[in-house]
Design a protein around this ligand. Structure first.
Ligand code: NI
Length: 169
């Protein structure tokens, strides 16, 4: 099932999400639907609040479906180690059409649980490190525009208000 992706302005995107406690068939189905929804939108990551669910759950695939082994489910993720810096353009499926340069660590180690509830740690570099940060931020109610300078952020917000007024958001 493909979920509609919630856009900036929806309160669920800026609320803090709840921990995943039930690692059951329902959770497995939800993660499969999240991958399907993410691929349909051509994203590399999707967090549960982006489909309207306030859960500490995200999916990532930096190959956008090209390599089935690149599928990562993060339940209750925490960033436990960062190293270096990278500044790259970043976007978000909840802010379609907007991008901005965001400073992130070059290497990131995340600790999370998989879809069965098993704990694991994973180190990512470059785009994967960026995705770990971006998705973990989502679960804490933080969007990438909060990492931009005030002027750039306000410009984006103004443009979105205009789009919303015209019924195009
Ligand atoms: Ni996002």
């Amino acid at each position: 099932m493909i979920y509609k992706i919630v856009k900036y302005g929806a309160p669920v995107l800026e609320a803090s999400a709840k921990r995943v406690t039930e690692f059951d068939a329902e959770l497995k189905k939800l993660t499969e639907d999240m991958f399907e929804s993410m691929y349909a939108a051509q994203g590399v990551g999707l967090a549960a609040p982006q489909i309207g669910m306030g859960l500490h759950l995200a999916v990532i695939d930096v190959t956008v479906g090209k390599n089935p082994e690149a599928k990562i489910v993060l339940a209750n993720p925490e960033i436990i180690y960062v190293e270096g810096e990278q500044r790259e353009e970043e976007g978000c499926l909840s802010l379609p059409g907007f991008r901005g340069n965001v400073l992130r660590p070059r290497f990131v180690t995340v600790r999370a649980q998989d879809v069965a509830g098993k704990s694991f740690e994973m180190r990512g570099e470059g785009l994967l490190a960026r995705a770990f940060c971006h998705e973990t931020d989502h679960l804490n109610g933080v969007l990438f525009i909060q990492h931009l300078g005030l002027l750039k952020r306000d410009l984006i917000k103004r443009k979105i208000r205009k789009l919303a007024k015209a019924g195009d958001w």
